[in-house]
Design a protein around this ligand. Structure first.
Ligand SMILES: Nc1ncnc2c1ncn2[C@@H]1O[C@H](COP(=O)(O)OP(=O)(O)OP(=O)(O)O)[C@@H](O)[C@H]1O
Ligand SMILES: [Mg+2]
Length: 180
């Protein structure tokens, strides 16, 4: 099944489209959602976060992968913290970051390489798995695991414009003005 109530599959046909998808998510965040980002090196996790941060009306130009033990925090319509577990080897290292401190009602948390320590993730999270397809296209699978994430996914789904006769859902441009 291509898409179930709690999951969504889509093709992201350029880096810009991945950012736009992030932007769409950012616009729709309510508060305190956890976004677990999964995918190989260069899949587009950081590109997605750049869009999410922009969608929260925070300055996104400087969004890069956080380095070892550093968490990037941005303040927009909601606070968002950007975490990267790529270089973390042991569970104790993640504890020194204090993920639990960020799991507040308000703060949005986006974690790259979230599958490294699934035991640390809250049950209610939106998982976004991005996989290479061609050099410039990616396949994304979005899965809601919990009530808060399901609400977010339902809002995301409304922004996806399905193309008749095609398995390829398209993104509706959530921007107020389109610079393209
Ligand atoms: N459809 C696409 N979506 C996202 N990125 C794309 C796409 N097509 C090409 N790219 C390129 O792939 C790269 C993605 O880089 P990005 O840093 O976002 O990946 P990442 O998943 O965060 O990697 P890392 O695990 O190293 O942090 C960028 O250079 C981007 O231009
Ligand atoms: Mg990255």
């Amino acid at each position: 099944m291509a898409t179930s109530i709690h999951s969504l599959n889509l093709i992201l046909s350029s880096a810009g489209e991945t950012e736009l998808f992030g932007y769409t998510i950012g616009r729709l965040l309510h508060r305190g959602e956890v976004l677990a980002l999964i995918g190989e090196l260069g899949a587009g996790k950081t590109a997605l976060v750049r869009g999410i941060v922009a969608g929260l009306d925070a300055p996104a130009a400087s969004v890069t992968s956080p380095t070892f033990l550093i968490v990037h925090e941005y303040q927009g319509r909601l606070p968002i913290v950007h975490i990267d577990w790529y270089r973390l080897q042991r569970l104790e290292e993640t504890e020194s970051i204090g993920l639990a401190d960020y799991l507040t009602e308000e703060t949005v948390v986006a974690i790259e390489w979230a599958d490294r320590f699934p035991q640390l993730l809250p049950e209610d999270r939106l998982e976004v798995e991005i996989a290479h397809r061609t050099r410039t296209t990616r396949r994304a699978r979005v899965e809601a695991r919990g009530p808060r994430s399901r609400l977010l996914l339902a809002r995301i789904r409304k922004m996806i414009r399905p193309v008749p006769q095609s398995a390829r859902p398209r993104l509706r441009d959530a921007r107020k003005t389109s610079p393209r």
